[in-house]
Design a protein around this ligand. Structure first.
Ligand code: TRP
Length: 354
């Protein structure tokens, strides 16, 4: 049997470059190895945990995210794409898991803490939001996923999921659930792509994203107005490459081939960075190089997206098939979970009749 891979995205907006380098690119590469059984989930229920009063937003983004998946290179014959809210097992499992997790453990979850800060929740935190790590553990374990390709912001979620797995297997003396492991991107710039304004995270609410669906002009504009080094005023001034968004993106997206294709001056990024630090290299030139690199990456994605966008019916059919397949898997795990706890009374009549 192949190892199972699962990830998901909240459909609160179209996907951006942070999603792409943080996980999507990895998923496509892993899909293409043919070595795994891969599931990719549109996490609409998780999106509701902090958007309960705006379900319209989630609905509007369902096909946007689906298009981003296909545009990035996920293929329905190799990756099962499905919708979280259509898999009942994903709501049943958290109810069983919740009894194995303490309040104080949830309160310590750094991702949740961070998001509470970002969203301005204090004591008004919805209970559903507080417990979403439990729901996420259900997403992963329902499929017995061994690997989860994510950015490093999701590591606390995986830690939580592993704890639930071991508590479950220990408490019910079984080996039904599988401990998941993260697959992280190749470097830390990819794992946590900064926003175009230099903010620590690319996020829709901060308005600092480059979306996979942005057109050529928009991408260029966003790159040209990127945050760089405020102390690098004249071209001749020495500059900082650390904390400089343009260089963070070059770290995340450039390859040695980008340098042979677009510059004659530098053999690689390190040489270019040295020039910038010494002084004499202007921001504009760096941004132009970045723009060429980004356009090359985004062009084929955008073209595929436009093609797929012509047939919404196809997208819905594909999701329906994904939902069927995902339900089969998840229901089977749920059955095993119920049997392990012993709440399978009506399926296990012998216990009562013997
Ligand atoms: N929390 C993830 C995010 O915000 C989305 C998600 C939901 C997920 N369920 C998952 C990721 C299961 C990996 C595995 O992007």
């Amino acid at each position: 049997m192949k190892d199972i891979l699962l990830t998901g995205d909240r459909p609160t907006g179209p996907l951006h470059l942070g999603h792409y380098v943080g996980s999507l690119k990895n998923r496509v590469a892993l899909q293409n190895t043919g070595k795994y059984e891969q599931y990719v989930m549109i996490a609409d229920i998780q999106a509701l945990t902090d958007n309960a009063n705006d379900p319209q937003k989630i609905r509007n983004n369902l096909l946007e995210v689906t298009l981003d998946y296909l545009a990035a290179g996920l293929q329905p014959d190799k990756t099962t794409m499905f919708i979280q809210s259509h898999i009942p097992a994903l709501f049943e499992l958290p109810m069983f898991y919740a009894n194995l997790v303490t309040m104080s453990r949830l309160e310590r979850n750094p991702t949740v803490k961070n998001e509470i800060k970002l969203r301005g929740f204090e004591r008004n935190l919805p209970v559903g939001f507080m417990t979403y790590p439990i729901s996420q553990a259900a997403d992963i374990t329902a499929f017995k996923a061994k690997y989860v390709p994510v950015g490093d912001d999701q590591l606390p979620m995986l830690e939580q999921a592993r704890e639930i797995v071991s508590a479950f297997n220990r408490t019910y003396n079984c080996d039904v659930l599988v401990e998941p492991q993260a697959i992280l991107p190749e470097n830390s710039e990819c794992s946590r792509l900064v926003g175009t304004d230099g903010n620590a995270k690319m996020s829709k609410s901060l308005g600092n994203c480059i979306y996979l669906r942005d057109d050529e002009k928009t991408v260029k504009q966003k790159i040209m107005s990127m945050y760089t080094d405020p102390e690098h005023i004249n071209v001749s001034d020495p500059g900082h490459t650390e904390g400089n968004t343009v260089f963070a993106y070059l770290d995340a997206f450039s390859t040695p081939e980008s340098f042979s294709a677009y510059t004659t001056e530098y053999a690689n990024l390190e040489e270019m960075k040295e020039h910038y630090r010494r002084g004499g290299l202007g921001d504009m030139k760096c941004k132009k190089l970045l723009n060429s690199i980004m356009q090359d990456i985004l062009r084929p994605i955008r073209e595929r997206r436009e093609e797929y966008a012509k047939d919404k019916g196809y997208l819905l059919d594909m999701l329906a098939q994904g939902v069927d397949k995902a339900n089969e898997r998840a229901t089977q795990t749920l059955d095993e979970v119920r049997a392990a706890i012993g709440v399978d009374y009506l399926k296990n009549r012998d216990f009562f009749l013997k």
